[in-house]
Ligand binder design. Structure first.
Ligand SMILES: O=C(O)CCC(=O)C(=O)O
Ligand SMILES: [Fe+2]
Length: 332
């Protein structure tokens, strides 16, 4: 059952205490300023917009990479939070707020992948990242319909992918929407932020250009490995034509750069054999109007949204609204 109205959460400036007795940042539906000042005029907002060429590149390849979204200080603040998140005890109140938490999703000690969802609820900085204009403004452009420049965007969920030094594991080739059976239609977006430089040695993210057109009866490719551990398992379900077109492009992103990808863009990453960790912060969004496709929970620890009802409420805040007074007045 929904406890708070969206209106009250938009006004709310400090996190309310939830049932586990600690502040829950999902009760704040705006940037709290933890990562820096919000844009105060249209020129500042516009700095985050993609140009026509960038939008065309995204639609052609299914992704666009090397977009600077965070500065050094912001990355360092988030990395500090990362350290805290990695150290949380299994029975802590904080861990109870996560949607998922895998210390090593592969279970193989030589192939370690820490993967978590829901940290925006426990960390002010990860919360504020969800509302970052450098991420939300291009997302509103890329998800918009043909007849509009921007659409209203909601947050779906966040993810951390951390590969420790030397034993860091792979993320097997996948399409994100193969895992997202609980929300439709497919108007989703992923933003993958490198919190430290990504290289071939530390397992940078890689994309298969054009693979956002690969479907099966209009649906995504089936999941071949729920734990992301078997890198090449996708090959077992590709057509000969897809196998031929399977030419991954590594994205050598600098600390603070991001890639934006289509929900069907095939991507993955190899092991981290370097002497330093490789950590990424991932944000997932959908266009306002996306509906629940299940009567079950979309994410553990949230509220049920009946099948056919629009996704929204405490856990799926609006992060960009082209109709919001601030944006509209400034555009006039
Ligand atoms: O960290 C990685 O290499 C994989 C991330 C991923 O699957 C994503 O950003 O959607
Ligand atoms: Fe992914």
């Amino acid at each position: 059952m929904e406890q708070y109205s969206e209106e009250s959460l938009i006004q709310n400036k400090a996190p309310l205490t939830g049932k586990f007795g600690i502040p829950d940042w999902s009760t704040v539906h705006s940037d709290s300023g933890g990562l820096g000042k919000k844009p105060s005029n249209i020129e500042e907002w516009k700095r985050s917009m993609f140009n026509k060429e960038q939008i065309a590149e995204f639609h052609r390849n299914g992704y666009i990479a090397n977009i600077k979204v965070l500065n050094e200080t912001q990355c360092d603040k988030l990395l500090e939070e990362y350290q805290k998140v990695m150290k949380l005890e299994e029975d802590s109140a904080e861990r109870a707020l996560f949607y998922e938490y895998h210390s090593n999703q592969s279970k193989d000690p030589n192939n370690v992948l820490m993967h978590a969802l829901g940290h925006w609820r426990v960390s002010q900085y990860f919360h504020d990242l969800v509302f970052c204009p450098a991420v939300t403004v291009p997302t509103a452009q890329l998800l918009s319909n043909i007849d509009e420049e921007f659409c209203k965007v909601r947050f779906w969920h966040d993810q951390l992918f951390a590969k420790p030094a030397k034993y860091g594991g792979v993320v097997a080739w996948h399409q994100d929407y193969s895992y997202w059976t609980k929300t439709q239609p497919m108007r989703h977006m992923t933003v993958h932020i490198a919190l430290e430089d990504q290289t071939l040695e530390n397992g940078c993210i890689q994309y298969v250009p054009g693979s956002h057109n690969w479907t099966r009866d209009g649906k995504p490719l089936p999941v071949t490995d729920f734990n992301f551990g078997d890198m090449e398992s996708i090959q077992t379900i590709l057509t000969d034509e897809e196998k031929e077109a399977f030419q991954p492009q590594p994205c050598l992103m600098k600390k603070g750069e991001a890639s934006f990808h289509h929900p069907l863009a095939v991507h993955g990453s190899y092991q981290n054999r370097s002497d330093l960790p490789r950590r990424a912060a991932v944000l997932n969004y959908f266009a306002d109007g996306v509906k629940s496709n299940t009567n079950e929970l979309a994410l553990l620890g949230t509220y049920k949204i009946a099948k056919g009802k629009q996704m929204g409420g405490q856990f799926f805040p609006v992060v960009f609204d082209p109709q919001c007074m601030e944006w509209k007045n400034n555009l006039l």
